[in-house]
Ligand binder design. Structure first.
Ligand SMILES: NC(=O)c1ccc[n+]([C@@H]2O[C@H](COP(=O)([O-])OP(=O)(O)OC[C@H]3O[C@@H](n4cnc5c(N)ncnc54)[C@H](O)[C@@H]3O)[C@@H](O)[C@H]2O)c1
Length: 325
């Protein structure tokens, strides 16, 4: 089945690989009404993906979080599986690669993809940290390449970074952003590529500072988590650091008048980052065992985390709906 009722008159769709992230993308794309064709180098993975997607669709329906206007049965039926890359790519306008995070592997798979794709299709990578210019530099159609980096799990944490290389065509960027919006994600366009993109740079800045505070005996790992989960995180669940600052004074100029000197004094005090390891790591490991239980028993804690993420996603969706009335 082909459809053309979407933004930019997109016709069909593909998601190249069906690991963890590939399955999530497939589900997001069908929730927007697209057809998805899935390919994995390991044919057995297709059966695993099919079962997992069906069980996830059921869960989403139970939680009231199934997206789009199609039933779970219709969404499930709109994903097909193939053991042939060329068949998967054939007719697709958007190709989402979700293979392991290895540069040479990604380069070789895109070299195969571009030989069989239509020349105006978009090649998109889920990479967490590989620069788009590194993955696409040797491709003939490198102007059709972009990184689309999701937050995991994408259904509950919709922010998705779109990272072009300097040679990416403008329409590739526009269409990727439009497509993500259409399927209910929250795209964030980086104006140029940078190591770690934005999400991980922020995440690692927090790791670096909390590491130094723990190493220097200022605070325990457990209490660092309290600062985030019971303090900063309460606001960050629905606003960013600059809106927080904006509201904490009468706008940003007022914030600067009141706090700029103090903030700069503290920022100049920050110590350089250290590679994670050694004694400090042992201290943090023990702290996290106290918070989250022993490593052998993490599945229960992961389920606890996921239940909370689902509840938060529902709360936010409900509040957004109320506000839009
Ligand atoms: N897991 C996360 O939290 C997360 C978040 C954001 C981005 N990412 C990125 O998404 C990508 C995929 O990660 P994942 O966690 O889904 O990995 P995964 O290991 O769950 O899945 C990878 C899949 O790729 C398949 N594969 C391997 N080589 C292949 C090839 N040559 N051709 C076709 N298929 C091949 C494997 O069989 C497997 O099914 C990575 O680049 C990762 O950095 C992951």
């Amino acid at each position: 089945m082909r459809k053309s009722r979407h933004c930019y008159d997109f016709e069909s769709f593909i998601c190249a690989i069906c690991g963890l992230i590939g399955r999530s993308f497939s589900m997001l794309f069908v929730s927007g009404g697209y057809q998805v064709s899935v390919y994995d180098v390991e044919p057995a993975q297709n059966a695993v993906a099919k079962d997992d997607i069906w069980s996830q669709l059921n869960k989403l329906e139970e939680q009231g979080l199934l997206r789009g206007s199609l039933s779970k049965e219709q969404q499930f039926a709109n994903i097909t599986y193939t053991e042939d890359l060329a068949e998967c790519v054939n007719g697709a306008f958007f190709i989402q690669e979700c293979i392991p995070e290895r540069l040479e592997l990604k380069k070789s798979v895109f070299a195969k993809i571009e030989k069989v794709m239509s020349p105006d299709a978009i090649m998109s990578s889920s990479t967490s940290a590989l620069m788009p210019s590194l993955i696409s530099g040797d491709l003939t159609h490198k102007n059709r390449f972009v990184v689309t980096h999701p937050t995991n799990p994408p259904f509950y944490a919709p922010a998705t970074e779109v990272v072009p290389a300097s040679w990416t065509d403008a329409d590739v960027i526009e269409k990727t952003v439009a497509l993500l919006k259409e399927i209910g994600q929250a795209p964030v366009l980086l104006k140029k590529e940078i190591n770690g993109f934005v999400l991980n740079r922020i995440q690692y800045a927090i790791l670096a500072e909390t590491w130094n505070l723990i190493r220097d005996g200022i605070v325990s790992p457990e209490d660092c988590d309290v600062i985030m989960s019971q303090g900063l995180g309460m606001r960050y669940a629905f606003m960013g650091p600059w809106e927080t600052a904006y509201l904490n004074a009468d706008g940003l100029h007022s914030y600067s008048d009141r706090y700029a000197d103090m903030i700069y004094g503290i920022q100049k005090d920050f110590l350089p980052p250290e590679k994670i390891g050694g004694e400090t790591l042992d201290v943090i490991q023990r702290g996290m065992e106290n918070v989250a239980g022993p490593v052998e028993n993490l599945e229960q804690r992961r389920q606890w985390r996921d239940r909370r993420l689902v509840a938060l996603a529902k709360l936010k969706a409900g509040m957004n709906k109320e506000e839009a009335k």
